[in-house]
Write a protein that binds this ligand. Structure first.
Ligand code: SF4
Length: 150
């Protein structure tokens, strides 16, 4: 495996897609990225274009309105890529599902209803420590996809 490929799996860039939640998970994600927890010191950086990302992070349940946009964003992330669903809503639809766990008039459910998800971080919202743990798992998945020995 080339040096470059090995290096980028240590400092992946992240694109955040808010699929329709309450913003609770987004605030915890911001806490993980900003100086208190500061994952940027390890080179894990938030980027503003999916074309620059290695990891796609999804928060919130997937609304029917955003599903086509979400597919497009997923396609724009270059391979090899990893998707993390952060929070109960992104994992399963959470409290936005109907009482029997199915979709509602506006909500499809979890992110995996629309795109493949590699890492699930549950919680409502999950703590920054859990989000960081999810990113570490995602790095291992990314390394596996690159053929880098763990
Ligand atoms: S998991 Fe909880 S905090 Fe996160 S978007 Fe859903 S309701 Fe909000």
């Amino acid at each position: 495996m080339g040096f470059k490929q090995k290096m980028f799996t240590y400092s992946p860039w992240i694109y955040h897609l808010h699929a329709g939640g309450c913003n609770g998970c987004d605030i915890e994600l911001v806490a993980a990225l900003t100086p208190r927890f500061d994952v940027e010191r390890f080179g894990i950086k938030l980027v503003t274009s999916p074309r620059h990302a290695d990891i796609l992070i999804v928060t919130g349940p997937v609304t029917k309105h955003i599903a086509p946009f979400m597919k497009r964003v997923y396609m724009q992330v270059p391979k090899p890529k990893v998707v993390i669903a952060i929070g109960s809503c992104a994992c399963s639809g959470g409290i936005f599902n109907d009482v029997e766990g199915g979709e509602t008039y506006a909500i499809l459910g979890g992110a995996d209803k629309v795109i493949p998800v590699d890492v699930f971080v549950s919680g409502c919202p999950p703590k920054p420590e859990a989000i960081i743990n999810g990113v570490v798992k995602a790095i291992n998945v990314l390394r596996g996809k690159c053929g880098v020995v763990k």
